[in-house]
Ligand binder design. Sequence first.
Ligand SMILES: *Cc1c(COP(=O)(O)O)cnc(C)c1O
Length: 456
Amino acid sequence: MSAQSIPYKTYLEESELPKNWYNVRADMKNKPAPLLNPGTHQPMTAEELGGVFCADLVAQELDNENRYIPIPQEIVDLYKMYRPSPLVRAYYLEKKLGTPAHIYYKFEGNNTSGSHKLNSAIAQAYYAKKQGLKGVTTETGAGQWGTALSMACSYFDLDCKVFMVKVSYEQKPFRREVMRVYGASVTPSPSMTTDIGKKILEAHPGTTGSLGCAISEAVEVAVKSEGYRYVLGSVLNQVLLHQSVIGLEAKAALDKLGVKPDVIIGCAGGGSNLGGLIAPFMGEKLRGEADYRIVAVEPASCPSFTRGVYAYDFCDTGMVCPLAKMYTLGSDFIPSANHAGGLRYHGMSPILSQLYDDGLMEAVSVEQTKVFEAAELFARVEGTLPAPESSHAIRAAIDEALKCKETGEEKNILFGLTGTGYFDMVAYEKFHEGEMSDYIPTDEELAKYRAMLPKM
Ligand SMILES: *Cc1c(COP(=O)(O)O)cnc(C)c1O
């Protein structure tokens, strides 16, 4: 390989941190569909949403007009603890693959919570504090969001009540303890502390819980407790807005290097990191200023984009949350064992769902063992031990680079490396022991859950 004309890592200066979030909805011709009241099927008003969410966040959720939303200085100052994050030119991966492609990744794992989720957690905790609240409630599956939120709440001296899916609470005690280091209380879900939890436990004794069930419990506690609101770490418009810092920084760094990506790739659970990474690029695409191929990568075991339907659905099991129009597998769908906990949600961001439906982005699904092969290849040459979720994007980026090897194309590939995998070593162990399954749901199974979607 010739000398590295482009630096291995490109950092912006602190002073170059984005001062505004970019709201891609302002540039979308077809806006994402509104959240609906589950009882009346009418669009949720700001007042209704305000009973569950913080006031400023409700305004952001409903804002389809303002292209730029200023980032409060307190948030920018906290971002400085771990931002700007590096844009890395994956020279060693390129060499290993023998590809003429140029691969770049934006690394969001260099904070204690280990993922991009802190970008939105800090924003949401800030607005809760600004409103004078005592605390917030939330759910967490594998624990990344709960960890990020507990960190953010400790910065702002807010109480943080986390409902953690019981199976993860028992099997992933380390993340639970990180949350407790930051002062959060962590309850395994379903629990006897809520009405919905009791109801679920009566109906399904011995259940190990699900994300949808933990959401219902967290919402119930927020609504019933004076001075509390509920916060969510993905899917919502406001979360994609906060995550736009990833894309804004990536684009600024690439512009400095004079590089235009041809393909932009990200893993998609609820869609927040991908929505954030692509935001400014999608903006150019929507305004007709530039074109990019944009690819969402999801697990074959939970294929919301590639095999779901675009329809209104419940966001939670208890059906207390608003209905969202999104690519969904049905709120009763529970994916088979998959070690990328952050990619197991049945639905998808309404913004990305609309963009996908309009043909502005693509999606692929990948099998778990192929993902871990890519993860290990990456770790061995690039040094970073990737999270299983992030490794979905690595897989797709490697496949794209291998295609370039066949065609000889020098494409620029950008992907999002959302986090590190230090708490996922049981998954790596299963992979090494050959105990990892690649179960893909059948069409019959998917049809069963599709038939249970709410009738509109
Ligand atoms: C939560 C998580 C994801 C998936 O969530 P999105 O909202 O789709 O971004 C991806 N990677 C990591 C490391 C996560 O923690």
